[in-house]
Design a protein around this ligand. Structure first.
Ligand code: AR6
Length: 169
């Protein structure tokens, strides 16, 4: 099931939350900053051992002081007009994160709207890619342990966009 949630991702009692990180995986602003603040210093310590992450890939840490057991750190593309492979990279963030969650045996996972803040991806296009990728993954993995996918919409515009897309499914 794919559903909309409007709370901060740091408060969610799910098996895994996804972080919209950067290639260094050493923290930053936006949702990344919020996750590091809420998780505490153990998260940064573990992140240092991961030696960064490629755009479109995903790496796992524990959740430390978060209610979530795991944090899946993924790196969305910086939006540069849409013609340098951004859509495929963004889709890969969702697919790779779900694959990591499945490996961990997660039943629930929460995603932020990756790349739609500082990285400038148009919110509507990014949401279409996000929902499409999750739907494709779940349909192509019918025996998957993941049963609850929460799309965290942190602003009103994003809520409206996801409502429209999900109501048309
Ligand atoms: N819970 C859920 N969503 C949130 C939260 C929160 N607490 N805070 C912000 N958002 P952004 P990006 C939403 O900029 O565009 C960082 O510095 C926000 O409203 O966090 O992928 C990293 O280190 C937006 O919809 O991530 C990278 O350098 C969405 O999260 C860079 O920003 C993503 O916004 C990544 O940029």
């Amino acid at each position: 099931m794919i559903r909309i949630v409007t709370d901060s991702i740091t408060t969610l009692q799910v098996d895994a939350i996804v972080n919209a990180a950067n290639n260094a995986l050493l923290g930053g602003g936006g949702v990344d900053g919020a996750i590091h603040r809420a998780a505490g210093p153990g998260l940064l310590e573990e992140c240092r051992t991961l030696h960064g992450c490629e755009t479109g890939d995903a790496k796992v840490t524990k959740g430390y002081n978060l209610p979530a057991k795991y944090v899946i750190h993924t790196v969305g593309p910086v939006y540069r007009g849409g013609s340098v492979g951004e859509a495929q990279k963004l889709e890969s963030c969702y697919l790779r994160s779900l694959a990591e969650a499945e490996k961990l045996g997660c039943r629930s996972i929460a995603f932020p709207a990756i790349s739609t803040g500082v990285y400038g991806y148009p919110k509507g296009e990014a949401a279409e890619i996000a929902v499409g990728a999750v739907k494709d993954y779940l349909e192509s993995h019918p025996d998957c342990c993941i049963e609850d996918v929460q799309m965290v919409c942190f602003d009103g515009q994003t809520v409206d966009i996801y409502r429209n897309i999900l109501s048309g499914l």
